[in-house]
Structure formats: C-alpha cells, structure tokens
Ligand binder design. Structure first.
Ligand SMILES: [Zn+2]
Ligand SMILES: [Zn+2]
Length: 237
C-alpha cells in the first residue's frame, strides 16, 4: 500500500492510502483547498473518506467533502455532531462491522477519547485490508490506549503524542496545567504505544508511522530511537 501523510498533529490530520486500485483518505482535518493542493489536484480517484471523530483537526473538511459527493465513514455520534447524519453518502457502521470500499475491507474499532470538558468523545480506529495487495493496515489516533490486538498487519499508523518524561519530573520547565494533563490523558503516550507494540504480532510489520505527535511534548529523535526496533521502517513525521 502507498501511504502519504498530508498533515498530522493537533493542527490537522489527513492521510492518503492507496492499494493501487482504490484510493481513500483517512481524516480530512485540514482545509479542502490544502487537501487538493497537497494531492496535486488529483482527487478524482478518491473513493471514500474515513473519519475517526468530530474534533476539527480530524473533520474540518467533512461537510465540504460530503457536499462534493465523496462517501464518508465515521462513528454515528460523529455524524450527528457534524450535522451530517442525514446525508445519503455518510455511512456510520457499528464497531466490528465490515464495510467494503471497492478493493478495501474496512472495519472500525472503538478507541478511548475525551472532549476538553472531560466528556466522552466517540472515536474510531480503522483496520483496512486490501484484496489487491493482501496487505493489512491499522490506523488509530486520539486515544488513551488501544484495546484490540491485530494479527500480522503490514502497516501501522498509531498515535505517539507525548512522552511521560516530558510532563512530570522531566527536563521541561513548562508548567503543565491540569487542563492540559486532562487533554494528554485522552491521547496515547510513547510508553503506551510501546506497550501496544510489545503485545502486537509484528511478524509482518513493514512500516510504523508514529502519528499525531505533540510539538512540545514529544522529542521526535528520542521517539524514533525507541520505536526503531519495532518495525522494518519507522517514520516519526
Ligand atoms: Zn487530534
Ligand atoms: Zn481529538
């Protein structure tokens, strides 16, 4: 599969995935014009947009994409929050329920995420398997941890948001407010990502993308050094 990161992090997320036959976007949390520009205006072949949850950095262009006729997949609560629940091209599968997107089998799974007021924010990760290349991918971001385990995936795009050492008792001089601590708790730390990798079947893992990193709370070189043993290729964008 070909994977392109158009944007990642709290200022916007958008990922382009193609198995050579089917092209999809995961997240559309940047301006529509920026999506177009970053794809050199080649968006005619994009079949579907998968969205994890309603936060703007993942859904900014959702309404526009729906208006433009793209199919969208998202949690049912996200469709309601975004005012897209009546749209005929918006699909809201239950977790574990498979949807066929041309040659891609897409299965959503539930993640653990919160709004800034502490309330629950329904959020999906996606398991994607290609009938063309026989490869498998998992995508999971904006989650305290990942409950599920997966067999022999080829690609992982998982959140590595912050390092615990850069919050408490670390070298950072920055004061971490209670609000920020609460926010961080709904994201995945490097340490939690490592736990997930430890219990995952990594026998086929080709590329690990450590996505949605914080510019302030993650030392990317250090993260790369720690993650490097876990996959043939590690990318910390
Ligand atoms: Zn986010
Ligand atoms: Zn979020």
């Amino acid at each position: 599969m070909d994977i392109k990161i158009l944007a990642t992090g709290s200022s916007g997320n958008c990922y382009h995935v193609s198995d050579g036959t089917t092209e999809i976007l995961i997240e559309c949390g940047i301006k529509y014009a920026d999506i177009m520009r970053k794809l050199d205006y080649n968006i005619g072949n994009i079949n579907t947009v998968l969205i994890s949850h309603a936060h703007k950095d993942h859904s900014e262009s959702a309404e526009r994409m729906a208006d433009c006729g793209f199919d969208l997949i998202m949690p049912p609560e996200t469709a309601v929050t975004l005012g897209l629940d009546k749209e005929p091209n918006v699909f809201t599968p239950e977790p574990g329920k498979q949807i066929l997107v041309n040659t891609l089998i897409v299965i959503p799974f539930s993640l653990v995420h919160f709004n800034s007021d502490g309330s629950d924010c329904p959020c999906y990760g996606y398991f994607i398997a290609s009938k063309t290349t026989q490869e498998k991918l998992i995508f999971a971001t904006d989650t305290a941890y990942i409950k599920n385990t997966f067999k022999a995936v080829d690609y992982m795009l998982i959140e590595v948001n912050y390092m615990t050492s850069m919050i408490d008792g670390g070298e950072t001089e920055d004061f971490v407010t209670e609000v920020e601590k609460r926010r961080l708790k709904s994201h995945m730390s490097l340490e939690t990502a490592v736990e997930f990798l430890e219990r995952s079947d990594r026998s086929k893992l080709k590329t690990l993308y450590a996505i949605h990193g914080s510019s302030k709370r993650l030392d990317k070189d250090e993260a790369y050094r720690i993650l490097e043993p876990y996959a043939e290729r590690v990318i910390v964008p």
